[in-house]
Design a binder for this molecule. Sequence first.
Ligand code: RVK
Ligand code: MG
Ligand code: MG
Length: 308
Amino acid sequence: MNQSVLKSKFIGALIGTAIGDAIGMPYEGLTHQEVNATCTLPLEMQDGRLPKGSYTDDTELAIGIAESLITNKGLVDKNHILQRFIENFDRKRGYGFGTISILQKKANAKTLFGTGSYGNGAAMRIAPISLVYYDTPTNLYEAVAKCSEITHAHVLGIEGAQIQAHAIAIALRSIQSTHSLDATEFVNEIMGIAKQDVYKQKLHKILNLLNEKGDHQLVIDELGNGVEAFNSVPSAVYSFLSNLNSFEDAVTYAVCLGKDTDTIAAMTGAIAGAYLGVEAIPSEWIDCLENKDFIKNLAERIFHLKST
Ligand code: RVK
Ligand code: MG
Ligand code: MG
């Protein structure tokens, strides 16, 4: 693949995470109906509990992973990543209860909620791992597990992150201009790593929904819009696949699902940005994004790590 195309896709995955996070932030917790009643399309960056263009914990944690990977030349060092999470931690961004407890050393990832967390916190931050390991699926699978276990030890939390990471990786490897991506092949490839029934079932449902052109309520009923990894990762994959050729439409679709809007949109933005490249992201959205140059630079440094 042309190196400048690949670089744009790397930047697209990280900036796409932050853009989805920031555009979804004002609607966090609202139902699908409430989001529809509140927002006007096309979506614009809006003030929410943070000023417009601000990202939340999703991106702050992704930044920590990216920083650690750059320092350690692509290797996943769990203690180092945890240290980056702790140093970057800014409570006002809004963190999951379990993740805060780990960062404050008040809980152990393995015993959190009894069996470890299956929140979507491991999946939403995973894009930098996909950048480093997109071309070696076995290494990607293992690297994601390691990175997830820092806070999310439940098998459903880890597998959610693995599915999200593989979706980003496939998007990075696919070139939009030469042949359009086949949604069935995309889902079947992800299906190859799914071991848990809930993910296998929801991946099948994605294919059915794509054929039926499922409306928002049906997608919420079948795939979910909640904070659990299994109720949000499949919805992000669907939001991407049902709006393959438009970053804006994919992320808007994710936000309109309601509930965990910042996170479903961040995960959708990561996949769509990885597929379409940073040029496909509306410039009005990027102009408004907090720390955009810093995030872009992290993606560029991981790109250089991969090309040297
Ligand atoms: C505020 C029962 C469980 C569970 C288990 C539930 C930010 C808990 C981001 C828990 C994301 C929640 C989100 C989230 C990311 C998890 N049994 N319930 N085994 N495992 N839960 O706390 O980083 O927004 O209700 O580990 O994954 O924008 O509080 O945090 O939307 O899922 O938080 O899991 O959250 P946590 P997280
Ligand atoms: Mg968040
Ligand atoms: Mg969220």
